[in-house]
Design a protein around this ligand. Structure first.
Ligand code: AHR
Length: 504
């Protein structure tokens, strides 16, 4: 099938926010304990954090990390996780039915984030707790000295404030599974008051109000409207969460996950803008897509309630090649909304639906999904170009007709490098002509592809064999064009050099 992608160097949607390449660490299963933190591990640093995992986190190129939940935060007493570790209580966490030992808490996590140059995004508990506890946590983290909570932090050995710039006002408060789930009106009022108090403690912070926990929530749209009506003055971002999986062997719909995500983002942006219009407000509330990934959630739900344990495994999905292609497709959608989606967090970072897996006392390794994430985080620099894609669509059961080829492109003004990311969602090869409008013809530097049909057994031994293979694009047929044939069900990265803007 023949497709065309038009790239115009001068037509972009703005600068890509590096916070688009964030991730998420929740006190869930083995994400924290035996994930990022394992004091007895041979690679552990002086603080008890695994060195092998930190090396992989750096290689992944993550820029920001959300913490400590997720559903966990809605029952969390943050004061349990500060002070001498021997005095910290063991608590039953209701969200994931595990014993939380509190050996990792606010100071340990924020120290780890700082040592790894990660921007922290903290969430406050608006499920079982409220305004005062949220304001107290901001004071503990961000007030330099001279108040009860800041002086306590100093007594705990942390003289400088942590300076946490971003805060989530609770988590998925629209979800009936959430501890403290409430109506949109109640949550909107609570978020407005908690947010006001938090910004009185530190006026520099930015706040994320909870949006819908998925596009399929019955309250989707109404929830965002009610919440923003009430919390408009304090909300800088509205959150989005979405997980995708292959249902009943329906590969075509699964491969169209990026199109489904696109529709979801458009719906949220339109809803937010409608609230702004009604309020005659020029404020532009951005989107924090603070949970996204492939997650075989129906399998987790079918397994029923887990037995209570201490840092036992939970939702350690093993990913195959098809999942990596879908993750690449989702990244294309995020890049194509870079003007509105300023923050995004791959959920999660280690062990729990994660690109990095570990064995307790053993090795750490990359899952298949590691590859597209690391590639985009390392290469998508500068401006997100507007791409126009034409060609025959592909029919899907869940999402109707979707473009068979998805494309995103970025241009780094420093180097003149143009990156193009392409998904072929169809079962046939797709021949794509890239029509470039720019300062001089592009010179292709490299082109490589991840192919879904390289799916081997979904075990960790298969993952090292999985990776990019080279593709061979041709220049032409006309001046200013490049032609490349994408294998069926694949995700391609093409790097090409134009002229840098600086110095021309
Ligand atoms: O990421 C796993 C869980 O998914 C999070 O705790 C929750 O916010 C979402 O439902």
């Amino acid at each position: 099938m023949a497709h065309e992608v038009v790239l115009d160097e001068d037509h972009d949607r703005g600068t890509i926010d590096p916070r688009l390449f964030g991730s998420f660490v929740e006190h869930l299963g083995r994400c924290v304990y035996t994930g990022i933190y394992e004091p007895g591990h041979p690679t552990a640093d002086a603080h008890g954090f695994r060195g092998d995992v930190q090396a992989l986190v750096r290689e992944l190129g993550v820029t920001l990390v959300r913490y400590p939940g997720g559903n966990f935060v809605s029952g969390y007493r943050w004061e349990d996780g500060i002070g001498p570790s021997g005095d910290r209580p063991r608590r039953l966490d209701l969200a994931w039915r595990s014993i939380e030992t509190n050996q990792v808490g606010t100071d340990e996590f924020l120290g780890w984030a700082q040592r790894n140059a990660l921007i922290p995004m903290m969430a406050v508990n608006l499920g079982t707790r409220g305004i005062q506890e949220a304001a107290d946590l901001v004071e503990y983290c961000n007030t330099p000295a001279g108040t009860h909570w800041s002086d306590l932090r100093r007594r705990h050995g942390r003289a400088e404030p942590h300076g946490v710039p971003l805060w989530c006002l609770g988590n998925e408060m629209d979800g009936p599974w959430q501890t403290g789930h409430m109506s949109s009106e109640r949550y909107g009022d609570l978020a407005a008051q908690a947010g006001k108090a938090m910004k009185l403690v530190d006026p520099t912070i930015e706040l994320v109000a909870c949006g819908s926990s998925s596009h399929t929530m019955p309250t989707f749209g109404y929830w965002e409207t009610d919440v923003l009506d009430r919390a408009w003055d304090v909300a800088d971002y509205i959150s989005m969460h979405a997980y995708y999986e292959e249902h009943d062997g329906d590969r075509r719909s699964f491969l169209a996950s990026g199109a489904a995500m696109d529709e979801f983002i458009r719906g949220v942006a339109a809803t937010v803008d409608a609230v702004a219009a009604r309020k005659h407000s020029r404020k532009r509330v951005a989107i924090s897509f603070d949970e996204w990934n492939v997650w075989y959630q129906s399998r987790y739900e079918a397994a029923g309630l887990p037995e209570v344990d201490e840092a036992g495994p939970r939702i350690e999905d093993t990913y195959g090649a098809l999942d990596a292609v879908v993750v690449g497709d989702l990244l294309i959608t995020l890049l194509n909304h870079a003007d509105r989606v300023r923050i995004a967090c791959l959920a999660q970072l280690v062990n729990v639906i994660a690109p990095i897996r570990t064995l307790p006392a053993g090795e750490a390794w990359r899952q298949t999904t590691f590859h597209p994430i690391a590639t985009v985080a390392a290469t998508a620099r500068g401006r997100s170009l507007v791409t126009r894609v034409t060609g025959p669509p592909v029919a899907t059961r869940r999402h109707g007709d979707v473009p068979a080829v998805a494309a995103a492109a970025t241009r780094d003004p420093e180097t003149g490098r143009i990156m193009t990311y392409l998904t072929n969602r169809a079962a046939e090869p797709a021949t794509v002509t890239l029509r470039h409008r720019g300062r001089r013809p592009l010179a292709v530097e490299s082109c490589q592809v991840l192919v879904a049909d390289s799916d081997g057994p979904r075990d960790r031994r298969a993952a090292p064999a999985f990776g990019f293979v080279p593709l061979d694009p041709a220049t032409g047929p006309e001046p200013g064009t490049i032609t490349v044939t994408l294998p069926p069900e694949s995700w391609t990265v093409l790097a090409a050099l134009g002229l840098p803007t600086r110095g021309t």
